[in-house]
Design a protein around this ligand. Structure first.
Ligand code: CLF
Ligand code: SF4
Length: 520
């Protein structure tokens, strides 16, 4: 018999009674169908067939990323272009980030690892190939060999790949043949003049191309590949690396161009640039954007191709929910000792049924909380940002001192929505807090009005309050969006009374370090 799983056991909610903001019964889906709740990321907004493809994909649905995990297998080491933000010593920074090197696998090793991980992590829904080079360089040999085997061995897992797009048009038929429903193309420009500042060379049709010629070929291949995929009904996500002073303003054009060609999502990611990574940009002082600069560009693109804001720029062998990396639990030597694992999808099926029930029950409570805010606060109030310590399940269920990232929600009369995340060092290690680490946390959430936590100590509470960020633990284990709306209602009242001050205009630091697996 397979494992019995529940959301509470997975997300560490313990034996809690349902929180006040939770609907009375989980089977009240008919009370407020999702179509009436104005979700920007739910079945109301898309074709049912598309919703089926994205609802359990942690990258293609923001909501799904609170519940579902992805796993990357690093079977594609070669690359056919050079990006100025990449050092080949590290992973492909188009879909991951520099700083760590993934453990490269053969297709056979990859399958063994996937089956072992799937057995341990019932949230697993997607297997992606994202490097450490380009998944379609070297004819995509390892990529397709892996997916061919996987399709037969674990048919419930979705297949996903990421590419720079240069070789994409040659492989669209194969992608279609293997039922790969999700493809990411990194498109940083639609103007070769800008492209020439990002790509020093490409390798195409047996020769090396440089400068404007290289950028022009890459651009044409990317556009062609995108059109070919979307015309076949394959969902395409476009990643763009935001490089201040190079393509930041241009990304609006990119957004329009990819939308007109049918891209499903546009993911604008901050450049990660550090001299220690040895990249051209890192060594030449090119900086990445601040949190506010990134948000300004993302906000300007709203209304165009739908935006993804929850990307974690994960590594090419990442395992787990997007905000975590459990890769260290599944290294090659550990997989070797596990022996052969048979395919068994029972735990994953049970888990998915739990998530479906949970989703159905949420719509009514979100709509009620939003209506309450609109009625009491009015529609003209300015939204605020709230940082949330969470380990998944859309709940406030992490201690302040244990958080390795904070999810950022914007809340106002229009509702509460996820707008980003901030990576931090864990403040509390071995039972005591570190002052320097706390300074880093404050800098990362400096634009937030409040931080929601399951628990927090006296010292960090005082430092947060001194910095003008309100620590809030009264919503511990409740749902994030409903809690944010309840908080906003109270905050607007206090603002009106002059008890609190607005934090508008503050900026925060995006940490360009990386989330890596917890070391034992
Ligand atoms: Fe992996 Fe990429 Fe598929 Fe997701 S990641 S291949 S689409 S399964 Fe996701 Fe990671 Fe961001 Fe990529 S958070 S880097 S967007
Ligand atoms: Fe590096 Fe990826 Fe660019 Fe290739 S496509 S150069 S691996 S960032």
């Amino acid at each position: 018999m397979g494992n019995v799983v529940s959301l509470d056991s997975i997300f560490g909610l313990g034996e809690l009674a349902p929180p006040a903001t939770m609907p009375a019964a989980i089977d009240t889906a008919s009370g407020c169908s999702s179509s009436s709740c104005g979700s920007s990321d739910g079945p109301a907004d898309m074709d049912p067939a598309v919703w089926e493809k994205v609802k359990n994909h942690p990258c293609y649905s923001e909501e799904a990323h609170h519940y579902f995990a992805r796993m990357h297998v690093a079977v594609a080491p070669a690359c056919n272009i050079q990006c100025n933000y990449c050092n080949r010593k590290y992973d492909c920074s188009n879909e991951s980030r520099p700083g760590v090197v993934s453990e490269k696998l053969t297709p056979d090793q990859a399958i063994k690892k996937i089956l072992a991980v799937a057995q341990e992590i019932p949230q697993l829904s997607v297997i992606g190939i994202a490097g450490p080079g380009d998944s379609l360089a070297a004819s995509g040999k390892n990529t397709f060999a892996t997916f061919e085997m996987l399709q037969k061995k674990a048919p419930d897992l979705k297949l996903c790949l990421s590419t720079n797009g240069l070789a994409l048009p040659d492989h669209v038929d194969t992608i279609s043949q293997y039922n790969i429903d999700h493809v990411t193309i990194t498109i940083n420009m639609v103007d070769p003049e800008i492209g020439a500042r990002i790509y020093p060379w490409i390798f195409y049709k047996h020769r090396r191309w440089t400068g404007l010629d290289a950028a022009k070929i890459l651009h044409e291949q990317q556009m062609l590949g995108l059109e070919m995929l979307t015309s076949r009904g394959i969902l395409v996500k476009v990643n763009s690396v935001m490089i201040p002073g190079v393509n930041d303003e241009h990304l609006l054009e990119v957004n329009k161009a990819v939308k007109s060609r049918g891209a499903f999502l546009h993911n604008i990611m901050p450049l990660i640039s550090d001299p220690a990574h040895g990249t051209y940009f890192g060594l030449n002082g090119q900086r990445g954007p601040s949190a506010q600069e990134l948000k300004v560009v993302q906000d300007a693109c709203e209304g165009g191709a739908k935006l993804m804001r929850h990307c974690r720029q994960c590594r090419a062998d990442a395992v787990g929910l997007l905000g975590e990396d459990r890769g260290d639990e599944f290294t090659a030597d550990k997989i070797e000792t596990m022996g052969v694992v048979d395919y068994d999808d029972e735990a994953r099926r049970t888990y998915r049924e739990h998530v479906e029930a949970e989703r159905a029950g949420r719509n009514a409570s979100k709509a009620a909380a939003q209506a309450d805010v609109q009625e009491t606060v009015g529609v003209g109030a300015d939204p605020i940002l709230i940082a949330v310590a969470t380990k998944g399940g859309e709940r406030i269920n992490e201690h302040f001192g244990h958080a390795r990232e904070f999810q950022i929600y914007e809340v106002g009369p229009g509702g509460a929505k996820f707008v980003g995340h901030r990576r931090v060092d864990q403040y509390c290690e071995g039972g005591s807090g570190d002052v320097d680490t706390l300074d880093g946390v404050l800098a990362a959430i400096n634009d937030c009005t409040a931080v929601f936590v399951a628990k927090i100590g006296g010292c960090p509470s005082k430092s947060l309050a001194d910095a003008g960020i309100e620590p809030v633990d009264r919503f511990a284990f409740d749902y994030i969006e409903e809690s944010a709306l309840a908080y906003f209602k109270d905050y607007a009242e206090r603002l009106g009374q002059g008890v609190v001050q607005s934090r508008a205009g503050q900026d925060a630091v995006i940490r360009t370090g990386a989330l890596t697996a917890r070391r034992a």
